[in-house]
Design a protein around this ligand. Structure first.
Ligand code: 5GP
Length: 203
């Protein structure tokens, strides 16, 4: 391949895959909304879940809400890049969508739990792994309660699960503390811009 062609190949490569994990209530949704405003080249992959929609959640935009039966058929057809049971419900990332977005040169963000994150890392070793933490566990519980959308038993379960999730931080590449939203968004943007500029020969 001549130099001109090689240069074109590097410049027109597919989008990167970004895994964004962190305990429930840490503010990943808000961070992502803000990030999408300052990084037009990223797109969140809408995932599937068997949990009930919360008030205000939009089908096909926040999640694809499906029955446990539908979810199991999708597993059987091999339609998930990864899936996991999180806080008692099934969640899964559709493989086809991830591939299609990346093919367009757009960076895909997967807002998924640590089990799913580790599966993605195994299957797609070049995935960029980012973990978002709250300034403290007390603050996390306060944010979960301020959401007013979960039952007390769900809040307790999510607080307990958070401790287990934090143990997986060493498996991730980057840590972002969501204390002040502006600075957390700045950090995420800096990570993504640097990773986009990284020289890779992955076509
Ligand atoms: P929530 O029910 O609060 O929307 O999400 C609960 C947890 O499930 C969050 O940590 C969220 O990131 C994670 N999650 C959402 N979609 C997926 C997915 O497709 N796969 C996995 N493994 N986790 C997901």
């Amino acid at each position: 391949m001549d130099l001109e062609a090689r240069l074109r190949k590097f410049m027109s490569r597919k989008g990167i895959l970004i895994v964004l994990s962190g305990p429930s209530g840490v503010g990943k949704d808000t961070l992502l909304e803000r990030l999408e405003q300052v990084c037009p080249h990223i797109q969140r992959c809408v995932t599937y879940t068997t949990r009930e929609p919360r008030q205000g959640e939009r089908r096909g935009l926040d999640y694809n809400f499906v029955s446990e039966e539908e979810f199991r058929s999708m597993i059987a057809r091999g339609e998930f890049l990864e899936f996991a049971r999180v806080h008692g419900h099934l969640y899964g990332t559709p493989l086809k969508e991830v591939l299609a977005i990346r093919e367009k040169g757009i960076d895909v963000v997967l807002k998924i739990d640590v089990q799913g994150g580790l599966t993605v890392k195994q299957k797609v070793p070049e995935a960029i792994m980012i973990f978002v933490v709250p300034p403290s566990l007390e603050e996390l519980e306060r944010r979960l309660r301020a959401r007013y959308t979960d039952k007390e038993s769900d809040i307790k379960r999510r607080c307990k699960d958070a401790r287990k999730e934090l143990e997986q931080i060493p498996q991730y590449d980057y840590l972002v503390i969501n204390d002040q939203i502006e600075s957390a968004v700045d950090n995420l943007r800096a990570i993504i811009l640097a990773e986009r500029a990284r020289i890779r020969d992955d076509g």
